[in-house]
Design a binder for this molecule. Structure first.
Ligand code: NAD
Length: 330
């Protein structure tokens, strides 16, 4: 941070301003860069804290890290308040706090709700860009909640998709996803999970399921599957033995085996930790990624703090550049 910036004080970047300044392409670039830095070892996440606070049924925690390449230090704090919907608020609440890596001084406070959705969508989009077959035509969506429309919008920018097929545990949620597909000019079909596997070239799972929704035998050769919903111990979206036949990539191996989709395959001995590759290695060119048209590639997107910090830092810079940040003395 320059002296001039320090004089201005702390930048406050609201949710509305984040939506205004950070689009999908900014998020994609920020997430791709930080995944690359993580794989090189120049950016690292610190241990996650996540606790039930014993009030309002809330889960609260911190995700924190430092990116030496991007010079971004900070944390995302927040969690899940299940009763918020009744109060007209989003259940997931988060705020990103950025610090000056040279001094530790507070630098910016950035709304984290919109950015969480856009960075999570950027994560699966980065995996599709680097791992899916170039000729992928059908996108399969498993899940139709808050994140799903962000996922859909980001994914369709990575390949020339011609159709979206979808399944959701609560079928009444599908029309919202269908409306986005329609807006994007893509035919939308609601299908069974088996049919989804038979048709889709790329699958995104984005649910809060605690047991497998996608059977190994339903997945056709050559599919890329981005498992995005599993971010907690015990959650699961696909068969553990699917990971044994797939080439497995992740944002961060430590999270993948503890709270990600790979937790089950590793715990049951179906794969080893060494079988999981950070997608950043593919971005950096130190891993070839997909090596054949028949290979099944699976991305375990667990969601790391550095993603939040990367997009929040972009939001703070752009907000300041466009005169949209509020500065306060602190
Ligand atoms: P949401 O509450 O809006 O939607 C939940 C989705 O899960 C819906 O599609 C719902 O139908 C489905 N679902 C609920 N119970 C189910 C069950 N028992 N079996 C199958 N499906 C079920 O949530 P959201 O904001 O869309 O988030 C979806 C998931 O993504 C959550 O698990 C969340 O923790 C996770 N998430 C991951 C990241 C990441 O970086 N990987 C980031 C944000 C959210």
């Amino acid at each position: 941070m320059s002296e001039a910036n320090q004089d201005k004080g702390i930048a406050l970047v609201s949710e509305a301003v984040c939506e205004q300044v950070v689009g999908r392409s900014e998020a994609f670039t920020a997430v791709e860069n930080v995944f690359a830095a993580m794989a090189k070892g120049t950016a690292y996440n610190f241990p996650v804290v996540r606790e039930a606070i014993g009030h309002a049924d809330a889960l609260y925690g911190f995700k924190s890290g430092f990116d030496r390449d991007g010079m971004v230090l900070g944390l995302k704090s927040g969690g899940y308040w299940p009763g918020n919907m009744d109060k007209g608020l989003t259940n997931h609440q988060s705020t990103v706090i950025l610090f000056d890596p040279d001094t530790g001084k507070l630098k910016s406070l950035v709304g984290g709700n919109y950015l969480t959705a856009v960075r999570t969508a950027a994560s699966s989009a980065v995996s599709i860009a680097h791992l899916a077959r170039i000729d992928a035509k059908v996108l399969g969506m498993v899940g139709a909640g808050h994140q799903s429309t962000f996922q859909l919008r980001a994914a369709v920018e990575q390949r020339d998709f011609e159709k979206v097929v979808a399944w959701n545990f609560h079928p009444d949620m599908l029309p919202k996803l269908a409306a986005v597909a329609e807006e994007l000019g893509l035919p939308f079909e609601s299908v069974t999970r088996e049919e989804l596997g038979a048709q889709a070239d790329v699958i995104i799972t984005i649910t809060s399921a605690f047991e497998s929704l996608v059977k190994k035998d339903w997945i056709k050769p050559g599919t890329h599957i981005a498992c995005m919903g599993t971010d907690t111990k015990g959650k699961q979206e696909v068969d553990a033995d699917l990971l044994a036949v797939a080439t497995v990539f992740t944002d961060e191996v430590a999270q993948s085996i503890s709270i990600g989709e790979a937790q089950h395959a590793v715990a049951s001995g179906l794969i080893k930790v060494e079988d999981i590759t950070p997608v950043g290695a593919v971005i950096n060119g130190t891993h070839p990624g997909r090596t054949s048209d028949d290979e099944i590639t699976l991305f375990d997107g667990t969601g790391v703090g550095l993603q939040d910090l990367a997009v929040a830092s972009v939001a703070a810079d752009l907000a300041e550049e466009k005169g949209l940040a509020n500065f306060i003395n602190f």
